[in-house]
Design a protein around this ligand. Structure first.
Ligand SMILES: Nc1ncnc2c1ncn2[C@@H]1O[C@H](COP(=O)(O)OP(=O)(O)OP(=O)(O)O)[C@@H](O)[C@H]1O
Ligand SMILES: O=P(O)(O)OC[C@H]1O[C@H](OP(=O)(O)OP(=O)(O)O)[C@H](O)[C@@H]1O
Ligand SMILES: [Mg+2]
Length: 282
């Protein structure tokens, strides 16, 4: 089983970090290597450019891949299954034009030129609207092109909006919302190993923002404690040898921890421990 992961750029570190937290540690991932082993002898990591990953997965060089939805939409592959939103690399592809220019709506671009690193997505966007544009494919610094007469507008990535603002460009329309996904080739999407990887990654995401609470509770206050801990499927209750108290464990939303502990103390809980959760397999 091969999993393609961005070899550099902003997606590399968070992708490796997520695999790590999911228990799929890369064991010999020295810089500039093309392949690395993971702790699972059946899972190899293949490092590739974020833009090439959809094709690598579709062609069989890898079985699953971690890359942006924008890259999957741009590639000509349609046999990829979007298995899981990995909740990082969130950005938007937008159509933008000079703030002080004449282009204020998509229609104003009829007969014009649009520069982009995403020619296929851009072509589809205008074709769906019946607007004819020339596409100037660039490989970076797209924001410059409307200021040097290469294009009238651009389709490019934005997240904080800083780059557009710095280049005096205004958003005209949304083209695509993107985040990083786990993609699989259609013919392997249901394979056991692929599903195990999906589940492991999902368990990390499920644990994010959650805390594990442990406490001691007098048995006769258990119902009150349960009322305070709605949680997932109710708390786990265990007898403590030689004691009248019971131990109660529960998963609580991080934002509710402060309030929950105060309420627990009021109904008689003691020795409350709060810990982080690495993974949560539901
Ligand atoms: N500013 C941003 N905020 C959030 N996500 C982004 C941003 N820019 C890019 N991305 C996401 O990261 C992906 C890869 O972008 P990144 O800049 O890391 O690689 P790249 O520019 O293609 O790398 P290189 O050209 O150096 O190989 C994009 O396709 C998009 O999904
Ligand atoms: O809205 P912002 O937060 O300003 O982000 C948008 C910028 O981020 C990306 O560039 P990146 O930093 O990846 O540089 P690159 O052009 O070298 O890929 C993208 O191409 C935009 O230029
Ligand atoms: Mg970039």
């Amino acid at each position: 089983m091969r999993i393609a992961v961005p070899n550099k750029g902003r997606l590399h570190d968070p992708a490796i970090d997520l695999l790590d937290r999911a228990g799929l540690h890369v064991v010999d991932g020295a810089d500039r290597k093309l392949y690395a082993q993971t702790v699972d002898p059946d899972v190899t990591v293949l490092y590739a450019r974020a833009a090439d990953i959809p094709e690598y997965v579709a062609d069989g060089a890898a079985d699953v891949g971690i890359t942006g939805l924008d890259q999957a939409q741009e590639s000509d592959t349609d046999e990829l299954v979007d298995l899981l939103d990995l909740e990082f690399g969130s950005c938007r592809l937008v159509l933008a034009a000079p703030e002080d220019g004449d282009i204020e709506a998509v229609e104003d671009l009829d007969g014009g030129t649009v520069a982009t690193e995403f020619p296929n997505v851009t072509r589809d966007f205008f074709a769906e609207r019946g607007i004819e544009v020339d596409i100037a494919e660039v490989s970076g610094a797209t924001e410059l092109t409307p200021h040097v007469d290469i294009a009238d507008a651009i389709v490019d990535i934005t997240s904080t909006g800083t780059t557009l603002r710095m280049n005096r460009l205004a958003e005209i329309a949304d083209v695509l919302e993107s985040s990083v996904r786990l993609f699989a080739r259609e013919d392997v999407a249901d394979d056991e190993k692929v599903q195990q990887i999906r589940m492991a990654l999902e368990s990390v995401l499920s644990a994010e923002g959650k805390r594990y609470l442990m406490m001691n509770v007098p048995e006769d206050r258990l119902d009150d404690v349960k009322d305070v801990l709605p949680g997932m499927g109710g708390p786990t209750v265990m007898d403590i040898a030689g004691k009248a108290d019971v131990a109660v464990h529960a998963v609580v939303d991080e934002r509710a921890v402060f309030e929950t502990i105060n309420a627990l103390k009021e109904v008689g809980a003691s020795d409350v421990l709060v810990t982080e959760i690495e993974r949560l397999v539901e």
